[in-house]
Design a protein around this ligand. Structure first.
Ligand SMILES: *[C@@H]1O[C@H](CO)[C@@H](O)[C@H](O)[C@H]1NC(C)=O
Ligand SMILES: *[C@@H]1O[C@H](CO)[C@@H](O)[C@H](O)[C@H]1NC(C)=O
Length: 383
């Protein structure tokens, strides 16, 4: 992706969006903190991409560490292409050839690999930005990265209570990224005692059926971001099946057992122990979707850093979870002057199965008008 070319036009659009719309203050890009009463558990989020910027948790001795990768400034999030902490949508993960058929109609999405459609779309050549209406500006702001590259509205920010929370709202319009129908999207980040972070995401299809798959793309390193690789973390994934992919990372449609494969993480396993046996899209490491055990809200994974003792349980109500071990990170300048390398963190993205819209045997990710997509995640930290 032509990332460097992105920064300037988007920064310009930010100013326009702020100057142009009524209720501009609610759309101003800001950083918001949620903190527990004791002061040893806090997160920072921004309405740029509804992004989780930091998660600070103690170890058993009370040493605090920020356990997610990220950047210091919003400008770097605007420019970045690693999805640090981002809220990805309308459909996270891959859609084969950017195409699907829904109710007999074919849809084509903006392809975001190879040629960069974004650069051209963000050009103002020949038209005056001041005369563009809000929708035009909004559509110009669409990036191939979707919901993680737009400004969300801060609906509610309630920092001073026992369970502080913040709710972001985004209206995705008919045709955005090529998807059908208007969609109202909310995400709420909330802290609760003792050390719990929950995310509630929902999306309401207003007029047309559409696929929806929202994902939080936090990169976890329980030893602290920038502390080195996570190969020594112990991991457990509550799944006995996964969805194998072809060489372009598109599911074959098979739902295969993990038994006897390096994907078997049903018992607590050092992440690095078999990581050399797996690869995804040409890079060594895990990049795989698991079919999560059980229905409804259930435990998906457990993670522990043995050195600090920090641990994290992940619960969710989604059929799948993508385990991604930061296989593509290289010399990425992050927070506090840290530089992130390969396997500096891992992502556990609870989700619909990748390319579900093209696989009738996968759990459906279609939301019909009046229907509500609802995705809950709970992260329980301990030490
Ligand atoms: C934008 O991203 C590119 C690619 O990662 C990087 O080389 C460049 O330094 C970044 N620019 C800024 C201003 O962060
Ligand atoms: C979606 O979430 C928001 C914020 O948590 C909430 O106010 C709203 O009622 C939810 N919508 C639906 C349809 O559940």
């Amino acid at each position: 992706m032509a990332r460097a070319a992105l920064l300037l036009p988007v920064a310009l659009l930010l100013c326009l969006a702020l100057a142009g719309s009524a209720g501009a203050e609610r759309k101003m890009v800001g950083v918001y903190e949620l903190k527990n009463k004791k002061g040893d558990f806090s997160i920072k989020v921004t309405n740029w991409g509804a992004t989780l910027m930091s998660v600070i948790v103690p170890d058993s001795e009370g040493n605090l560490a920020d356990v997610v990768l990220g950047y210091d400034t919003i400008a770097e999030y605007v420019n970045g292409s690693s999805y640090f902490g981002a809220l990805v949508g309308r459909v996270a993960n891959r859609v084969a050839k950017g195409r699907f058929v829904l109710d007999g109609k074919a849809y084509h999405l903006y392809s975001n690999d190879g040629k960069n459609a974004l650069h051209g779309r963000l050009s103002f050549s020949g038209s005056s930005p001041s005369r563009m209406d809000h929708d035009v500006i909004a559509s110009l702001m669409i990036s191939p990265s979707g919901f993680s590259k737009v400004i969300w509205t801060v609906k509610e920010y309630v920092p001073d209570c026992d369970s502080p929370y913040i709710t972001f709202y985004y209206h995705s319009f008919d045709g955005e990224q090529g998807f059908p129908g208007d969609l109202d999207v909310y995400v709420t980040y909330r802290l609760s005692s003792p050390y719990e972070l929950s995310l509630h995401m929902n999306a309401t299809a207003l007029d047309k059926a559409t696929p929806v798959n929202l994902v939080n793309h936090a990169y976890w390193n329980l030893a602290g971001h920038g502390s080195g690789d996570v190969l020594g973390h112990l991991i457990q994934v509550f799944a006995s099946e996964y969805t194998p992919v072809d060489s372009s990372m598109i599911p074959t449609g098979q739902i295969a057992g993990v038994a006897g494969t390096p994907y078997d993480l049903r018992r607590l396993t050092p992440l690095g122990s078999r990581i050399n046996l797996v690869s995804g899209g040409g890079a060594a490491g895990y990049d795989v979707n698991y079919a999560v055990h059980g229905e409804g809200f259930t435990q998906v994974a457990f993670l522990r850093d043995t050195a600090s003792g920090r641990a994290m349980e992940l619960w969710a109500n989604q059929p799948g979870v993508q385990l991604y071990t930061s296989n593509w990170l290289k010399d990425e300048k992050g927070k506090d002057g840290k530089v992130y390398q390969k396997h500096a963190a891992l992502c556990l993205e609870t989700q619909a199965f990748p390319d579900a819209v093209n696989h009738p045997n996968f759990p459906s990710e279609i939301v019909r008008p009046g229907g509500v997509y609802s995705h809950d995640m709970l992260l329980k930290f301990s030490s």
